[in-house]
Design a binder for this molecule. Structure first.
Ligand code: FES
Ligand code: FES
Length: 80
């Protein structure tokens, strides 16, 4: 059975993103390179989430890993 995601921090990560790139958001919360996957999910049964960026800009990736709008912050961290 998969382990539970753990909050990397109870706040989002602001990031500049580029059109055409795919970003691998860390689902498990164990990466040392938040908000991105670094392979630390190995043996947790969890996998990163790929998100393809369509236009250059800035986004807020969820850091608490409890959001309902993965991979982006939806404000859920405020309730943790
Ligand atoms: Fe996860 Fe905001 S950081 S919902
Ligand atoms: Fe968290 Fe890969 S390290 S999903």
């Amino acid at each position: 059975m998969a382990e539970q995601p753990i909050p990397a921090q109870k706040a989002p990560y602001q990031a500049k993103v580029k059109a055409g790139r795919t970003y691998y958001w860390c689902v498990c919360g164990r990466s040392a390179n938040q908000p991105y996957c670094d392979g630390a999910h190995k043996d947790t049964g969890l996998e990163p989430l790929g998100w393809k960026c369509e236009s250059d800009g800035e986004v807020w990736f969820c850091g608490c890993k409890q959001t309902a709008t993965k991979p982006f912050c939806d404000g859920t961290h405020a309730k943790l």
